[in-house]
Ligand binder design. Structure first.
Ligand SMILES: [Cu+2]
Length: 111
């Protein structure tokens, strides 16, 4: 009986994600994202990195919002993942507005 209860408790914790350290990271990229291809390049590559729960991009705000499991990855590892696809990223501080430069569309290498 005790084993069953223990088993149920473990199952419950696994199902509810109890004890997980879920964090949100807001980044801005260099070069900036300027079209859907840029967004997709980032999303399609970063989504599959270890520990990534979700990734959202916002071109007008120039932000990439990542929800990650801090037990499985780190900010440094995520930033490193961006460098593999040739993006430099930095954290956006709270309330900060990132200036969105107007790009010449011909300069985008992601089309
Ligand atoms: Cu683009």
């Amino acid at each position: 009986m005790r084993k069953i209860l223990l088993f149920l408790a473990v199952m419950f914790m696994a199902l509810t994600g109890f004890g997980k350290d879920i964090k949100t990271l807001v980044l801005t990229t260099t070069p900036q994202m300027h079209c859907e291809s840029c967004e997709n390049k980032i999303k399609n590559n970063i989504r599959f990195e270890k520990g990534i729960k979700s990734i959202e991009t916002d071109i007008s705000a120039q932000t990439v919002t990542i929800v990650y499991d801090a037990d499985k990855t780190t900010e440094e590892a995520i930033i490193q993942a961006f460098s593999k696809i040739n993006y430099t990223v930095r954290k956006v501080s709270e309330g900060e507005k990132v200036e969105h430069h107007n790009h010449d569309s011909s300069k985008c290498g992601n089309m």
